[in-house]
Design a protein around this ligand. Structure first.
Ligand SMILES: Cc1cc2nc3c(=O)[nH]c(=O)nc-3n(C[C@H](O)[C@H](O)[C@H](O)COP(=O)(O)OP(=O)(O)OC[C@H]3O[C@@H](n4cnc5c(N)ncnc54)[C@H](O)[C@@H]3O)c2cc1C
Length: 437
């Protein structure tokens, strides 16, 4: 079969970056997308002239081909922006990551943190690491684990650190580097040891500026939310009332949504889908008539009396992208999928007040725009059941010749480059099965 006829028989569900990767590798496929826009989690929402991403997004890809592709598509890109991030903890600002900036802590916590960390490093070569908590204690000692990492984990991941596995850590957290830690306890840190020191960001259009052009030739049917998939008849029904036939199916919609939509799924696969958990996120996007809010691109808020766990600043992600005389702020508030939001407007108002107190603006007088985006799926929660449940589901899907790809199709944290590649890979495998090389 030619590539063109394979493409014409293939339906792709979801027009996020995995869908984009798939369609780039196998041009001519039909994509069906629940929303009215492409991009999925990589989309940027415009409010009063400012682009706000769905939670802080930056590119630090090491994949040169991907970087060239998205930089070309964006046209103009800020490169080498510094990721000088800060933490808010117990009412004080500290450098990030905290273990490398212990000098920012008051004296007693500083001594406790350093003592526990060094004792742990000297003492624990044989300890087994079976949870995120074990990993934190092993790397950072009891004091920092209890007072920082646990505190943030319950706010951001909505779980205690002992409930989480360690398979999500690569590229997100860094192991201890003792000389750096000791330096940071006594003097200003000179080398910031972070997972990435600099990042790239489009000059226009928010993070989605990297991808918008790449979607221009794709055949995407928007406003089509999948509700039922019949594998015997090879048809998909959408909430809009439309039906679509397919010969090959590739999908990046969340695994539990997919499994719920498919008719006649074995009980063990349904059970496995029921074991998958994720967070959801409310983005509270604000524009204020103030210029000097902060010079950080984003910061993490450990204190639980402040709702957001992370706050980012579009003007520091993309200098020049926010109108003169004002600042833009995005606050990210997380819950797990079972927690109720309550009154979102009231939550947004309370968050603006907290941001004003934290950043020194007047929530009543200075705010010109308040805009919220409710993101139903934020992060996959990597608890101890995730890996086995995902393997079971993916192996059944593969037996049905369904190709599941991307962040929520693999149900594992993927950066944007890996999500795109996951789609490309799925298309390459489909072509190889079909005899294309
Ligand atoms: C808060 C947050 C911050 C992040 N920050 C970064 C970062 O700084 N740098 C980075 O590189 N990556 C970052 N990422 C990761 C990046 O956003 C993702 O890897 C990538 O966007 C995932 O693309 P995808 O296509 O796999 O999934 P998605 O973007 O989820 O795409 C799936 C698509 O399927 C659609 N869909 C869902 N259900 C249905 C249905 N029933 N019917 C039809 N369509 C449906 C969705 O609307 C969506 O468009 C971040 C992710 C999050 C959540």
């Amino acid at each position: 079969m030619s590539s063109a006829s394979l493409a014409s028989e293939t339906v792709v569900l979801g027009a996020g970056l995995a869908g984009l990767g798939f369609a780039t590798e196998l041009p001519g496929v039909r994509l069906f997308e629940a929303k009215r826009h492409p991009g999925g989690h990589a989309y940027s929402h415009q409010a009063d002239g400012v682009f706000f991403d769905e939670g802080a997004h930056i590119s630090h890809t090491k994949d040169a081909t991907f970087r060239d592709l998205i930089h070309r598509a964006a046209g103009e890109v800020h490169t080498g922006l510094a990721s000088s991030v800060r933490n808010r903890w117990n009412g004080v600002w500290t450098g990030y990551p905290v273990q490398n900036h212990l000098r920012d802590l008051p004296e007693e916590p500083r001594i406790s943190a350093l003592t526990d960390l060094i004792l742990e490093q000297v003492d624990s070569a044989e300890e087994t690491v079976s949870s995120y908590r074990d990993w934190c204690v092993r790397q950072y000692g009891e004091y920092l684990t209890d007072n920082f990492y646990e505190v943030f984990t319950t706010k951001y991941w909505r779980r205690s650190a002992s409930e989480l596995a360690t398979d999500w850590l690569g590229g997100r957290l860094i192991p201890s580097d003792l000389p750096n830690i000791i330096r940071g306890a006594f003097s200003d840190q000179i080398s910031d040891q972070a997972t990435f020191a600099t990042f790239h960001y489009p000059k226009r259009g928010g993070f989605f500026g990297f991808f918008e052009d790449l979607y221009s030739d794709l055949d995407i049917a928007f406003g089509n939310k999948v509700v039922e998939i019949d594998l015997h008849r090879k048809t998909i029904s959408f909430e809009s009332g439309a039906d679509e036939g397919f010969d090959r199916l590739a999908t990046s919609i969340p695994l539990p949504t997919l499994i719920n939509a498919i008719k006649d799924v074995p009980a063990s696969v349904r059970d496995a889908a029921g074991q998958l958990h994720h967070t959801k996120m409310l983005c509270v996007n604000v524009i204020v008539e103030r210029t000097d809010v902060t010079d950080s691109p984003w910061c993490y808020i450990y204190d639980h009396d402040i709702e957001p766990a992370r706050i980012s600043f579009p003007a520091n992600l993309s200098p020049g992208s926010v109108p003169n005389g004002s600042s833009a702020i995005q606050a990210e508030i997380f819950r797990d999928e079972t927690e109720l939001w309550g009154d979102q407007d009231a939550l947004a108002e309370a968050t603006v007040q907290q941001l004003g107190d934290l950043l020194g603006f007047d929530a009543k007088r200075d705010v010109t725009t308040l805009h919220t985006v409710d993101v139903s799926h934020a992060y996959v929660i990597s608890d101890h059941n995730r890996a086995n449940a995902v393997d079971h589901i993916l192996s059944w899907l593969s037996d049905q010749h369904i190709s599941s790809m991307g962040l929520y199709g693999r149900w594992k944290y993927l950066w944007s480059d890996a999500a795109f590649r996951s789609g490309q890979q799925a298309a390459m495998s489909m072509k190889a099965e079909d005899g294309h090389h």
